[in-house]
Design a protein around this ligand. Structure first.
Ligand code: CP
Ligand code: NVA
Length: 316
């Protein structure tokens, strides 16, 4: 036996995506370019299996259509497998510590996606995980959706740098994520919420207050905006506040009058599911400015690029 100790190579740190600012501007540029390439392969029915034999575990503590479908289909299309777990029929709903779940689950798969309540839950899981963890929505953030939304903006209008996004409605997980994205990608957000629902910068995880402005009047927030976006008035987990919110948000509907004061070529976005007649009029969401179906489809393509990146690093 050699007396020399073997040199042990330190494993690369695990790359999680728990909030939007976990990625740099440079990484995002790379991801958006990979998204373009991966989307093109999908449209051309070209087989692309870089994640053969890799397994994704998806943990859902809240309902989902798009997130489940796009992650599960995406992993299969990359040559891997996806397993769905929910709180109802796993030990996760019976009080097993999230730290223990992180240890166990991450020993049996290569990547984990979690949709849960408080951001602290996904952070505790990630701190105990041997494999990358992706945020599929928490009360505070929805980073995969904003990745898809910004990719959609780029597809339609080019770079988002220096543009103005109007956020109308609740300062929820989507709003917080747009605010983080504005800091990383250097654009501006005009936010209008009803009184009592204003942005909480600390909860939004912002570096400062340079990239957004708050407006009491939603029409003023929308004026001249390149993109107008909104979301449900009552997010999952806040259903007990629904009646009160319906009254408080009544003047915060994105309608045709609001789109008219935005820039001439402004887009409308909504992460979906939407409530026509509440946060958005049917005329806007089903109208010519709306790109909501592209946003939904692009969840698939950006998340494939994201999974490839956190597992394989840069491939080009
Ligand atoms: N936008 C979005 O995340 O949709 P689901 O809740 O259907 O996953
Ligand atoms: N803000 C919404 C987004 C749903 C995709 C929610 O958290 O319910």
């Amino acid at each position: 036996m050699s007396a020399q100790p073997m040199s042990i190579k330190k494993p690369a740190p695990v790359k999680h995506f728990l909030q939007f600012k976990d990625l740099t501007c440079e990484e995002l540029d790379y991801l958006f370019e990979r998204t373009r390439v991966i989307k093109q392969k999908f449209k051309a029915y070209q087989q692309y299996w870089p994640l053969t034999d890799r397994t994704l575990v998806m943990i859902f503590e809240k309902a989902s259509t798009r997130t489940r479908l796009s992650f599960e289909a995406g992993m299969q299309q990359l040559g891997g497998a996806a397993i769905y777990l929910n709180t109802r029929d796993s030990q996760l709903g019976r009080g097993e510590p999230v730290e223990d779940a992180g240890q166990v689950i991450s020993r049996m798969c290569d990547i984990v996606m979690i949709r849960t309540f408080e951001q602290s839950i996904i952070e505790r899981f990630a701190a105990n995980s041997r494999v990358p963890v992706i945020n599929g929505l928490t009360n505070e953030y929805h980073p995969c959706q904003v990745l898809a939304d910004i990719y959609t903006y780029i597809e339609h209008r080019g770079s988002i740098k220096g543009k103005t996004v109007a956020w109308i409605g609740d300062s929820n997980n989507m709003c917080n994520t747009w605010l983080q994205a504005a800091e990383v990608l250097d654009f501006n957000v005009h936010v209008s919420t009803p009184p009592g629902y204003e942005v909480e910068p600390e909860r939004a995880g912002l570096f400062g207050e340079d990239h957004y402005e708050e407006f009491a009047d939603p029409m003023k927030a929308a004026r001249g905006a390149d993109l107008v976006t909104t979301d449900v008035w009552t997010s999952m987990g806040f259903e007990a506040e629904n009646d009160e919110r319906m009254k408080d948000f009544a003047d915060w509907q994105v309608d045709e009058d609001m789109m008219r004061v935005a820039a001439k070529d402004a887009l409308f976005m909504h992460c979906l599911p939407a409530h026509r007649g509440e946060e958005v009029s049917a005329g806007v969401i089903d109208g010519p400015e709306s790109v909501v179906w592209d946003e939904a489809e692009n969840r698939l393509h950006v998340q494939k690029a994201l999974m490839e990146y956190v597992l394989l690093g840069k491939v080009t």
